[in-house]
Write a protein that binds this ligand. Structure first.
Ligand SMILES: [Zn+2]
Length: 500
């Protein structure tokens, strides 16, 4: 909107109908902006009892620079822990956001940064519950836009609560800013009356490790390409433009009735078109269900270390996938470190073992000192004892609080909390150039994009822990049944998806 007079004219012409842009003194539309996100690992041994509150978005979409908008930024609430979230703190965090919204009312639009795999006792998929409550506050006509990680477990009802639902398209994730921007642009167009977004969510009875659905390998790469094509070309038999189409892989380490893959489509003005596009994409995913394989090299611990030592590449990254901090595992298992030490491996570093007491003891001892140190298993106690070893303190890092110790010829970076080394920039403060080490161990599943770019090679170790890749051996108590490939007979007819 160019100026207040034009805005006023427009608003009056619209008869100040319910849901018409709110008239504010400066003529700007008010967009309420909040975040609420988590990838809850229900196999984590400790429940999560509190939330942290921070700034709402790391990468604000470029569209917020539109002079016609006023952004009312509330908190971004994130649980302080990886395990199942307790109901009361989750409800309190939700209420904090909802109270901010009530105080900001009336608003013209809502934009929520979500993940999609949050799971709380008594609430279930808390992010979806939040969107439902936001809808009940703002009413049926105020557009609600949400962005998600593609590892969200999405219930069908999210398609009724939100208008603009857009997830990441890449794994490893490289399109956070584009996703926020895509959702923001659709929201801007909706506010300008150019589009009328409606969404449809279609769960698929299929569970998959994220490492088997990477956009760097097939069949996921082609499936995501098909979603992009649908966004460009629409869906046969429907005139409506498809504004966004996301293939959700889900998070296999969240045991919930919604766990699994799904498709969510946002179309312009036609829920039937959104449904048709979702049915089309869900069928493609289902038809490819037996083709999903790990998108990276994998090995058992001992074999993976042997391969790394024998590799012609100067450096091999090994990911400790069972203790994957980026999948909300505790990150405190010393299994790989123990193996490297016992095997007397040279020139290796294990980056990021969560052990606050060990960090504190090293700070008390000081650089250069040696001490008998118990490492790991302070949170996760189901996979063997801690590693007890004579360790020399090599370096102390204040922020974030970490220490580098040497055990034999192996270095370990111990951290004050779960610590995922996902970028090369995290190593220099530790005095380590990873490319000068033969083996670099990080607590991830697939290696993150920034490290993949520098890694001559990487191998995902199939290690035990709360992020165990062997999901067929996990004890699920809440998942839906039947679910491919965990149950022997699973049928799915996308055409039978309800017409809403
Ligand atoms: Zn993700």
């Amino acid at each position: 909107m160019a100026n207040r007079r034009e805005f006023l004219k427009c608003t009056l012409a619209a008869g100040l109908a319910v849901g018409a842009p709110t008239l504010w003194a400066d003529g700007k539309r008010q967009v309420f902006f909040a975040g609420f996100s988590h990838e809850t690992n229900t196999f984590h041994p400790v429940r999560t009892g509190s939330f942290g509150f921070g700034q709402v978005a790391r990468i604000p979409p470029a569209v917020w620079e539109d002079p016609g908008l006023t952004v009312i930024a509330a908190d971004h609430a994130r649980p302080n822990g990886g395990g199942t979230i307790e109901e009361e703190p989750c409800r309190e965090a939700m209420n904090r956001i909802l109270d901010s919204l009530r105080a900001a009312m009336p608003v013209d639009a809502v934009f929520l940064r979500l993940h999609g795999a949050m799971y709380a006792e008594g609430l279930g998929p808390a992010e979806t519950v939040l969107v439902g409550e936001v809808r009940s506050i703002v009413g049926p006509k105020v557009p609600i836009a949400c962005t998600f990680d593609l590892h969200g477990n999405m219930p069908a009802r999210i398609g009724r609560f939100g208008d603009i639902l857009v997830g990441l398209k890449t794994a490893p994730h490289t399109d956070g800013a584009q996703t926020a921007d895509q959702a923001g642009r659709i929201l801007l167009d909706a506010l300008g009356g150019k589009v009328h977004p409606v969404s449809y969510a279609l769960p698929i009875p299929m569970i998959l490790q994220g490492e088997k659905a990477m956009t760097t390998s097939e069949p996921f790469r082609s499936l995501v390409e098909e979603a992009r094509r649908i966004e460009r070309e629409g869906v046969p038999g429907h005139q409506a433009k498809i504004l966004a189409a996301t293939l959700f892989v889900g998070c296999a380490w969240t045991d919930s009735p919604d766990t699994g893959m799904s498709v969510i489509v946002t179309a312009d003005g036609s829920r039937e078109a959104a449904r048709a596009a979702a049915v089309h994409l869900a069928r493609k995913v289902w038809d490819a269900r037996r083709e999903f394989k790990y998108g990276c090299e994998t090995a058992e611990l001992e074999d993976g270390v042997s391969k790394a030592l024998a590799a012609k590449e100067s450096t091999v990254f090994l990911t400790d996938s069972g203790d994957n901090v980026t999948a909300s595992a505790p990150g405190d298992l010393p299994l790989v470190l123990r193996h490297l030490v016992e095997r007397k491996v040279k020139n290796a570093v294990v980056a990021g073992i969560n052990d606050t007491p060990a960090v504190n003891r090293c700070f008390e001892a000081g650089v250069g000192k040696s001490l008998s140190l118990s490492i790991g298993c302070t949170v996760e106690k189901r996979y063997g004892p801690p590693l007890v070893a004579e360790a020399q303190v090599v370096r102390l890092i204040e922020d974030p609080r970490m220490v580098v110790v040497r055990i034999g010829d192996v270095e370990a970076i111990l951290a004050d909390g779960p610590s995922a080394f996902t970028s090369p920039q995290q190593f220099p403060p530790c005095g380590i150039d990873p490319l000068t080490r033969k083996i670099v161990v990080v607590k991830e599943g697939y290696l993150y994009d920034a490290l993949t770019k520098i890694a001559p090679r990487y191998i995902m170790l199939l290690t035990p822990g709360a992020g165990d890749m062997r999901i067929e051996s996990l004890t699920y108590t809440r998942r839906r049944k039947p679910l491919f490939p965990l149950d022997p007979v699973v049928t799915f007819d996308p055409d039978a998806a309800p017409i809403l």
